[in-house]
Design a protein around this ligand. Sequence first.
Ligand code: MLT
Length: 266
Amino acid sequence: MPTFDIVDGMALFYNDEGQGEPLLLVHGFPLSSDLFKPQRAALANQYRIITPDLRAMGRSDVPIDGVYSVDVYADDLIALLDELGISLITVGGLSMGGYIVFALLRRHPERIKGVILMDTKAEPDTEAGRENRRKMAEQARAEGAGATADVMLPKMLTERTRTEQPELATFLRDMMAATPVEGLVGALDALANRPDSTQTLAQIKVPTLVIVGSEDTLTPPSDAEKIRSGIEGAQLVVIDGAAHAANLERPNEVNEALAAFMDQLS
Ligand code: MLT
């Protein structure tokens, strides 16, 4: 199991598969690198696909200092890229992963060759959104990550997919339910306190692909359109019939869009 020590014996888990043009994919909340299994399976024969588990999520350790923010997650990823000897890379993020990509773009723009923003948004939380995060954190502390998984699942996959592919729904629910409560609560705090990224859009000068599920209610196509129109030359691909976890729900369409984009870059 590949792991990398970030600080003081705190290890980050990651997958590093394939060869060729490298692509770092950053998962969302409250998920792990398993989110990108279909992308690794389809794309690692053409590209080098690096998929870490963020701190205190998936198989990565819980930090002793208890620090969580989109900036800290971004710096963890840069530390991993340094460890792997990768100076320039295309980065993609889904949802919270997208917020972390915005942080990477602000903090380490010289490391980024191309950008993929999937089912995400540039705006920060509203006050009502922050209040909802606080309630989710309370629920996670009281009832565990399984309760959070039950709240999130209907937002991640369409009802149709949950009915027709119960094994996919179980796979996703299990992934969310396995998140350590500390990581879950920490991520909710990082989400609630993330900065506004709308000003970041105009600063993105590298090729950018925006992907969104047509049925995504958490970060709907209107949010993706705002991102597209804010970034010069960005392309938008809408995945028909997919909700928030579009890459799991419609892997073939998403993989095709990713491969076409990566081919333009290499
Ligand atoms: C995610 O999928 O990462 C989260 O739903 C993002 C959010 O709640 O803002």
